[in-house]
Design a binder for this molecule. Sequence first.
Ligand code: ZN
Length: 295
Amino acid sequence: MFGTLRGRAAEGVGSIIPYQGPDPATGWEGGRRYRAAMPEGDTIHNTAARLRPALEGAVLLGFEARRMRAHRPRPGWRIESVQAVGKHLMIRFERDLVLHTHMQMTGSWHLYATGERWRKPAHLSRAVLAVEGWQAVCFSAPVVETFVIGHDPDPTAHLGPDLCGADPDLDLAVDRFALVDEGTQIGPALVDQRIAAGIGNVYKSETLFACGLDPFVPVAEVGSEQRRQLLEAAHRQLRMNLGRNDRQTVPGGLAVYGRANRPCRVCGVGIRVDRQGDQSRTTYWCPRCQISRSP
Ligand SMILES: [Zn+2]
């Protein structure tokens, strides 16, 4: 088994940088256009898929998390599962202990063959799991904590259906729009993980474009059929990108996200970028295809 895993690492399959932290406002990182790396549900699911073969079923040899104050898994404990839930990564150990990490804009998990040089400085590591042949390292994640199932609150309990799943309950997600104020604009509502989990700025922008919907209309003006269409589009786009590194929603890349001032792929008008909602999150949109709002 060890030999097989080493072989995978040598082919570059074992080492991952699922995403790093670009400027979410500009989509630029280090002067380079940033396309596929924004962490959304598909990224976290892809991370789980890459960590799983190395970690699942393995016996923990070592665990470090300098800043974490909660319960820690001990050497000798078995790792039972690696799962993505929305944008959260959950590594479950025996005794119902779960390591919960949330990447937000800055975090990433890397997988290294034992002894391989890390590609980020050690002081940025927030958790390190060692198993035979591998080290899984979580860098810069703002949330690194553990909880005991059935004893502590589940940090994902508030989430709506996971749109990266094979068959999410979209009727339930449509109903969960009731959790947001009807005056909330549809753009910010789509990234509210209580309605449905997995959508970030990229899929919000791409989904609204795919459905021809103005990101600034209030939820009250979006009927339940249209809410369902949005969720179906997001589900389809997220699923299309599981197992991929180069995120695509249309042939050749993304329809609107990261394309400010470039011509719309459908009508040729310049794509716009604006900030929306309490968290001032970035939305890209086409002012012609997505029904213009008044200025
Ligand atoms: Zn257009």
